[in-house]
Design a protein. Structure first.
Length: 286
């Protein structure tokens, strides 16, 4: 055990042949080994389910982003109803993915798998709330979102097999509830999409929408400030991005109010995009 040498481990004092004999003498059908095998099976099953949920969450995120991109065409589309109908069809496809997640979580504690499904749920909340705002100019509640995530099993049995005296049975239902944290994070991400909607609306000559968005974003920001540091870390982290989006919308409203009469409508979007780039550079330098 000189300097620079390796310290011997305790089990190194035993010859390799003795350790091999001990392994061969282990009874695989003993109660201890059966317990470890059951633990191994349980852990493997849980890990496989976690990976399936991660893949489903990734699909939900992708389809929700495509819905958001589609909704941004609402201001420039000649027929906005077609965009809304197409977005509703896409959201139905997303809900079918969420139904698969709910089926995976039957009999399970959702919070054990929450990290796997949280990104997809946040993106879904962002897409649903964005569509809801375009329709109603208001914010969708978490209760309304959860009411859309109650699923029923499809009854594929033939009606001819049912006898006349059989009682009507309710089909089994299950649901997946969006947690308050996922809802808040989704709404925080919604503010960025509303900021982009403001810029695109001005580019299309819509001058009223930016002022509506400014009041709406101010209400959301005030609500988040009430949470403060008492909320989860992710919420306080996104509060800075929310403040950036609000500042850009308010800057657009200021430009419209002060210089709107002297700048042609087709050039307003270019002015806003240039100013938002300057704001980003100043905040990055600071």
């Amino acid at each position: 055990s000189g300097s620079g040498g390796f310290r011997k481990r305790k089990h190194d004092n035993f010859p390799h042949g003795q350790r091999r004999e001990e392994k061969e003498n282990v009874n695989p059908s003993s109660a201890l080994m059966m317990s470890f095998k059951s633990f191994q099976l349980e852990l493997d099953t849980r890990h496989d389910k976690y990976e399936r949920l991660v893949k489903l969450s990734r699909d939900i995120t992708i389809e929700s982003k495509r819905t958001i991109f589609l909704l941004h065409r609402f201001t420039s589309a000649p027929n906005g109803e077609e965009i809304l109908n197409e977005s509703e069809a896409k959201l139905d496809a997303v809900r079918r993915k969420i139904k698969q997640v709910a089926q995976e979580l039957i009999g399970e504690d959702m919070y054990q798998f929450h990290r796997a499904i949280s990104p997809g749920l946040q993106e879904y909340v962002e897409a649903v709330s964005f569509q809801y705002f375009i329709k109603t100019r208001s914010l969708v509640s978490v209760e309304e979102i959860n009411n859309q995530l109650i699923f029923t099993a499809e009854d594929r049995e033939e009606t001819t097999n049912k006898t006349s005296d059989s009682q009507d049975k309710q089909p089994p239902t299950w649901s997946l509830k969006v947690t308050p944290v996922d809802y808040l994070l989704g709404v925080a991400d919604l503010t960025g999409e509303l900021m982009r909607l403001c810029i695109s609306s001005v580019g299309n000559g819509d001058i009223d929408t930016p002022f509506e968005l400014s009041q709406f974003l101010r209400q959301i920001y005030d609500g988040f400030t009430f949470i403060g540091n008492t909320g989860p870390y992710e919420v306080s982290k996104k509060l800075y991005t929310l403040k950036q989006s609000l500042a850009k919308v308010e800057n657009a409203c200021y430009t419209l109010k002060v210089r709107g009469s002297e700048i042609p409508k087709h050039m307003l979007a270019d002015v806003f995009s240039t100013k938002t780039e300057l704001i980003d550079q100043e905040e990055g330098l600071s």
